[in-house]
Write a protein that binds this ligand. Structure first.
Ligand SMILES: Nc1nc2c(c(=O)[nH]1)N[C@H]1C(S)=C(S)[C@@H](COP(=O)(O)O)O[C@H]1N2
Ligand SMILES: [Mo]
Length: 315
């Protein structure tokens, strides 16, 4: 996750105005309807609306025994369920605060209720046979754009137990009609009880993963090019070893690029399936070697212990 954007005081940027105009709110007089007519339901569309075509299919994969994909026709012919859901944008009310956060400036119109019809997600996940390690289900949208300068497809995840609740739907209809383009045609997720952002529109893939929040790296087995940087405040670095599960191998260390700048090193790791701990340890020309464990210091200063990272190697 990148840092939040800084708040803004002053005039609106073109991007903010464009977001505000493409995303209308529900006019408050529409509170008179139990079910908000589709055209009055609020909208939140971050990027461009992607085209939907007859050839659309939904893929279900990741950590599952039986990945599969379903055509639109297959999904529509599966047993449908309808759920009436009040959906609210997490940013509803944002327009009342200052300094403002640069996104849709809702006053209080980012909420509506619709009758969504589709296939319960739990059945699809059961059919794919989730592996025991699965903790989180990721939903990928087909819309692509920039956020914080990073280009990506819209995607959100749910913890497994939430994804398995029986009223979470892969919906193809809204208020009894096929989903309109702006609400996710031809397929969207609908997650009751969660802020709207969990209900991923233009849904094209569902992926089961083990842990969304881990910083653990994942690589495929085989030869892996290792590289890094080593530096010392005292003397040039003469030796770098990289360790795999505490077994150390010499890496090739490049000559110093400048007297006071770090040096690069390289090596090859023949990675075997399983869980591994990698480390790297430098020795400088003055004979100083990085310790395996940090040396305690009152202020937390000067810790130059071996750096370690944890890697899962897939077979
Ligand atoms: N693919 C995709 N799904 C998305 C979004 C989006 O921009 N792209 N916006 C989310 C947000 S923030 C909200 S509040 C709801 C709004 O759903 P609606 O536009 O159908 O009311 O959709 C969510 N699903
Ligand atoms: Mo939202």
């Amino acid at each position: 996750m990148s840092a939040r954007r800084p708040p803004i005081v002053g005039r609106y940027t073109a991007e903010e105005v464009e977001l505000a105009t493409r995303n209308h709110g529900m006019p408050l007089e529409a509170l008179r309807y139990d079910v908000t007519p589709a055209g009055l339901h609020y909208l939140l569309i971050h990027f461009d609306i992607p085209p939907s075509d007859e050839g659309w299919s939904l893929g279900i994969g990741g950590l599952v025994e039986r990945p599969f994909s379903l055509s639109l026709a297959e999904l529509k012919s599966a047993g449908a369920l309808s759920v009436r859901v009040t959906m609210e944008c997490a940013g509803n009310g944002r327009g009342q605060i200052s300094p403002r956060y640069p996104s849709v400036p809702w006053l209080e119109e980012g909420v509506s209720t619709a009758e969504w019809t589709g296939v319960p997600l739990a059945g699809l996940l059961q059919r794919a046979r989730l592996r025991d390690a699965v903790k989180e289900i990721v939903f990928h949208g087909a819309d692509r754009g920039f956020d914080h300068g990073v280009e990506h497809y819209f995607a959100r995840s749910l913890p497994l137990h939430e994804a398995m609740r029986e009223d979470v739907l892969v919906a193809h209809a809204m208020n009894g009609a096929p989903l309109p383009p702006q609400h996710g045609a031809p397929l969207r997720l609908v997650v009751p009880r969660w802020y709207g952002m969990a209900s991923v529109k233009w849904l094209r893939a569902i992926e089961a993963i083990d842990d969304f929040y881990t910083r653990r790296r994942i690589v495929n087995a085989g030869a892996i090019q290792m590289s890094g940087r080593a530096w010392s405040g005292v003397a040039p670095v003469e030796r770098v070893e990289f360790g795999v599960d505490e077994k150390w191998t010499d890496a090739v260390v490049a000559k110093p690029q400048a007297p006071h700048a770090w040096q690069s090193w390289q090596g090859v790791w023949h990675a075997k399936a399983g869980e591994h701990e990698l480390g790297c340890r430098a020795t400088d020309a003055a004979g100083r070697v990085q310790p395996l464990e940090p040396v305690w210091d009152l202020s937390g200063f000067g810790n130059n212990a071996v750096q370690r990272i944890f890697v899962t190697v897939r077979g």
